[in-house]
Design a protein around this ligand. Structure first.
Ligand SMILES: O=C(O)CCC(=O)C(=O)O
Ligand SMILES: [Fe+2]
Length: 518
């Protein structure tokens, strides 16, 4: 699976070079301009890639294009030359990304748009946030995104992408007919139908002869006029919908209530930096140097309070570059798709968490032992019952939806004799250019990844009860590559280090969680 970790895309670029060789062979055999044109385009892109591979793959638009070249573009060649393709088929199939990768990549791009409200036209131009990151996409790139969006029933963005495709086709000639116009128009029409509008557009499309490859100029103009007027209406409808949702949350003002139904909006607002503490709340937070062990009295930890109650703190510069290198070397080859616990306690992969991770099992080396001791110095909590160190790398627009780290009442599993996850220590192993923040919307807290810094918080109160407002998420990575190191600290062994006191937080019943969370 390529889309769920950025690291794997570098390998795909190597495979693509072999694919280019095959493309070159095929261009001779087919004697087709289109195939040599593709070879030329890919070669140009590779000259661009070679300048900085890591930078190239850290851009979600590029990441999508890598996958799209190996799937949709190869697919076009297959369609044009089935016989020649047959000869190379087996070799090619080992070098191609999968359909699921294409789907995952598009889902990533759309996630960025949903969360950060990035505009489709900006993506077309290669803009992420405020940065121009690459040359413009082609009509066919947009078409592929639009068709995938349609398949996953994200009709709003499907229509945006397909309309833009149509608009561009009107301006530029698609000499090689990469975009299947009949499919484009029928999908646009179905999109209107799906959203409860515009039967008229569908009627027009139905009038087209199904096996007519090219729409006549007259029909096309007719449809254009129809679609354009409908499009304005459609846009108005959808934009007002989005604004309404935001207004709904505004009703609560500063007070954020636990509102599971609207958590996706809550996450979006937190990730966009629209949920922040007031100046008064911020003024209560302090920075200090902490030393509560012989070692740290020589080199005290720099601690920044991020939230007082429940306690969340940042430890600045507490992971060393050689340690990061060590962890990367040990665990990169072992990364696997991150899993979540499903409704029935089973392990599942899910769109709610797009990342790969790996656990460090051989933790008797000097470096992991050192990290262990440091966490113990930082927290005063024993590490003898902690889980193994876990490294995660996020994928294309990789993210992790709102969740608790601790298990809730209804989850029987988890304990394993060491108790619940009393606290979390999470180290950032990389900076991120845009996005990838860790957000705690109920605490109005957004933490920007800062290489070598750690975030620490308690998941359980003094009576062992889960603190519901620690619900947190990893915002999608919009530009860059995000690596984190997690250490989950367990209850057992902490009895004398963090004594039991009466509980104070009311735990939320996790039966209230909607199924879509998974
Ligand atoms: O990557 C992040 O910012 C948060 C990760 C997280 O919450 C987790 O892995 O449990
Ligand atoms: Fe977490």
């Amino acid at each position: 699976e390529l889309f769920s970790a950025i690291d794997d895309l570098a390998k795909q670029i190597e495979k693509e070079e072999i694919l280019m060789g095959i493309l070159n062979d095929m261009s001779f055999e087919t004697n087709d301009d289109y195939v040599s044109r593709k070879w030329y385009e890919w070669t140009e892109e590779h000259a661009f890639i070679k300048r900085n591979v890591q930078k190239y793959i850290a851009n979600p638009l590029n990441a999508f294009l890598i996958i799209k070249r190996g799937t949709a573009e190869i697919g076009l060649i297959e369609k044009r030359h089935p016989d020649v393709f047959e000869v190379y088929k087996e070799r090619i199939s080992k070098l191609r990304p999968s359909k699921a990768d294409l789907r995952g990549a598009v889902e990533g791009l759309l996630r960025l748009q949903h969360i950060y409200k990035f505009h489709t036209y900006d993506f077309y131009e290669g803009i992420i946030g405020d940065e121009l990151t690459r040359p413009a996409l082609t009509p066919h790139d947009l078409f592929v995104i639009g068709m995938e969006a349609y398949d996953i029933q994200d009709y709003f963005f499907a229509m945006e992408y397909l309309h833009l495709t149509r608009e561009l086709l009107g301006k530029k000639r698609d000499n090689y007919k990469e975009v299947d116009e009949v499919l484009l128009y029928t999908t646009l029409a179905s999109g209107y139908n799906q959203t409860g509008f515009f039967e008229g557009a569908i009627d027009m499309i139905l009038e087209m002869e199904p096996n007519k490859k090219v729409i006549s100029e007259q029909t096309r103009q007719h449809i254009d006029v129809l679609l354009n007027s409908y499009w304005d209406l459609y846009n108005m409808y959808n934009h007002s919908l989005i604004i309404d949702y935001d207004a709904y949350l505004d009703d609560y003002g500063d007070k954020i209530v636990y509102n599971i139904e609207h958590e996706d909006i809550l996450m979006s607002r937190a990730c966009r930096g629209n949920l922040t503490k007031s100046p008064i709340e911020l003024s209560l937070l302090k920075c200090r140097y902490v030393s509560n062990s012989p070692f740290s009295s020589i080199a005290p930890f720099k601690v920044e309070e991020a939230n007082l109650d429940p306690y969340v703190a940042l430890y600045i510069d507490v992971l060393y570059n050689n340690e990061i290198e060590y962890l990367m070397n040990e665990l990169k080859p072992k990364l696997e798709r991150a899993e979540m616990i499903g409704i029935d306690g089973e392990r599942i992969t899910s769109n709610a968490r797009v990342a790969k991770n790996a656990w460090l099992y051989n933790d008797t080396d000097e470096i992991p032992m050192r990290i262990d001791r440091r966490i113990e110095d930082m927290t005063g909590l024993t590490q003898s019952t902690s889980e193994k160190l876990q490294v995660s790398n996020y994928g294309i627009a990789g993210h992790y939806n709102l969740h608790w780290d601790h298990s809730t009442k209804n989850e029987a599993e988890f304990d394993g004799g060491t108790g619940n996850r009393i606290a979390t220590m999470m180290f950032y192993m990389s900076d991120v250019l845009i996005g990838g923040e860790t957000v705690f919307p109920y605490l109005k807290l957004r933490i920007t990844p800062d290489k070598r810094t750690a975030v620490f918080w308690y998941n359980l109160d003094h009576s062992g009860q889960g603190i519901s407002v620690t619900r947190h998420a990893a915002c999608p990575v919009a530009l860059g590559s995000k690596w984190v190191l997690n250490r989950w600290i367990r209850e057992r062994g902490q009895e004398f280090r963090r004594p039991c006191l009466p509980g104070k937080y009311k735990e939320i019943d996790d039966e209230l969680l909607p199924n879509e969370m998974f």
